[in-house]
Design a protein around this ligand. Structure first.
Ligand code: CUA
Length: 342
């Protein structure tokens, strides 16, 4: 049920085809796939053609060795042809791949005012994504969110303004791989190593992706959502994200906040503007600005949040958040507080 709702919200986002690129980077990879496919199809047809021809042409030959073909030894011409032809094919493949790599994996320029570029550091974690927003248009952003990336669209209203998105990819634990097929190729996030990727797109909307490197039992539930917003919407979104968490007003929410701070939630989660300063788990400062929970696996509803807070191990067995044995009043209170974090 939950995934049907997510896909309905997503519209075209369920399209995960590399053959329908929405960015120049994904387009370059699609074109490369066609070139490699064309070369290998020609080789396949040649080899299989000769095979079929031989089968048909000699199918009436009953006795083995009855018409043994002439045996050729030590022919320099044939040996050179056998060596040079495949070497040339491999060389062509290397060159086209290198050209595409050059296009899609260039090092990002340093952030500067007026560049319209977004810089985000992505950390892969078991099993969710941490996004540290570093710079936009030369301004330092300095906030953290999780699982749902927001980026501005290029060329909004045909202005021609390009808004490249530069990602720095790190891992906090094991190998992961960031893959949003319609926006960019797969790039791994490896412990102790920094990888880069970039993309830009004029197509607004939601793009889905997936961790593409087996990273443990919940690897399949490490989903990615990229929202490509109109630049004005993106600015509104990030200005809200930059702010501290809202202070509760309603008494039940205040009571819920007290329960949250009495539990060990604060050791792992961060809520900006409060004493909750953990860095092991998703930042909750603006939890309600996210559409989904637990790395895109279910809609962010009160009911799902209650299930998650009560026992995350039922939903994502093996995840690092244990069930704390909360009473149902405590669950209600904590959920009321979390639901206030817009
Ligand atoms: Cu992270 Cu697979």
């Amino acid at each position: 049920m939950s995934s049907a709702i997510l896909l309905a919200q997503a519209g075209r986002a369920e399209n995960l085809s590399i053959f329908d690129p929405a960015s120049p980077q994904a387009g370059a990879i699609r074109d490369l796939a066609f070139v490699v496919l064309a070369i290998t199809v020609v080789i396949f047809l040649l080899v299989e053609g000769v095979l079929l021809y031989s089968i048909v042409r000699f199918r009436h030959t009953k006795t083995v060795n009855a018409t043994e073909p002439p045996q050729v030894y030590g022919s320099h011409a044939i040996e050179i042809a056998w060596t040079v032809a495949p070497a040339l094919i491999v060389l062509v493949l290397i060159l086209v791949v290198a050209r595409t790599e050059w296009e899609v994996q260039k090092d990002p320029p340093a952030p500067k005012a007026g560049d319209n570029a977004l810089y985000v550091t992505v950390a892969g974690r078991q099993w969710w994504w941490e996004y540290r927003y570093d710079y936009y248009n030369g301004d330092k952003l300095n906030f953290v969110t999780a699982n749902e990336l927001h980026v501005p669209a290029s060329d909004a209203d045909a202005s021609g303004v390009q808004r490249p998105v530069y990602l720095t990819l790190l891992s906090a634990d094991v190998c992961h791989s960031f893959w949003v097929p319609r926006l960019a190729g797969k790039t791994d996030l490896l412990p102790g190593r920094t990888n880069k990727m970039w993309f830009q797109t004029a197509e607004r909307g939601l793009f889905l992706g997936q961790c593409a490197e087996f990273c443990g039992t919940q690897h399949a539930k490490m989903l990615i959502r990229v929202n490509v917003d109109a630049p004005a919407d993106f600015e509104k979104w990030y200005k809200n994200e930059q702010g501290d968490a809202r202070t509760p007003v309603a008494t039940n929410v205040q009571a819920g906040q007290a329960m949250f701070f009495k539990q060990s939630c604060v050791n792992c989660h961060r809520i900006q503007g409060t004493t909750a300063n953990g860095t092991y788990a998703p930042d909750l400062t603006h939890l309600m600005s996210r559409q989904t929970l637990a790395s895109g696996i279910m809609p962010n509803t009160a009911e799902n949040l209650r299930l998650w807070v009560a026992d995350p191990q039922k939903i994502k067995p093996g995840c690092l958040m244990p069930a704390f044995g909360l009473s149902s009043q405590e669950v209600d209170g904590i959920v009321a507080y979390l639901r206030s974090l817009e």
